[in-house]
Design a protein around this ligand. Sequence first.
Ligand code: AMP
Ligand code: ZN
Length: 136
Amino acid sequence: MDNCIFCKIAMGEIPSNTVYEDNDFRVILDIAPANPGHCLILPKNHAADIFEMDEELVAKAHCLAKKIATALKSALKAEGVNILQNNGAAAGQSVSHYHIHVIPRNTGDNVTLNKEGNSMSSEEFGAIADKIKAAL
Ligand code: AMP
Ligand code: ZN
């Protein structure tokens, strides 16, 4: 997919705050995090949504979501984690390349899902990415 930004990020053609990579996926920090440490799991092969995803890859993506959630709990002392995956504009999907959100949560953090995210400096992104990488 020539014009897909998540294809370019997943393939490393556009820089990102990557916390994990294997043959099938790249995991990055969301540019407008609901909370610091908000990760996105991106498959390297383009699929617009879950309906275009190979079933085995969906299973692998969810195993990876558990691995990332576990790292967020230990690296960031998150009390809880949301795992969220939107399909179609009507469901709040804004980038048409399948992705899973893994969002660290704490009691009273006032996060409202599907609201506009927060901004962070590149130093803040780098520091939190290093913490998560060290827990993986
Ligand atoms: P969704 O609304 O489920 O499609 O989620 C898309 C997510 O991608 C949003 O949380 C955006 O903040 C995030 N996003 C969009 N562009 C980028 C980018 N270039 N790098 C990292 N995250 C991005
Ligand atoms: Zn794509």
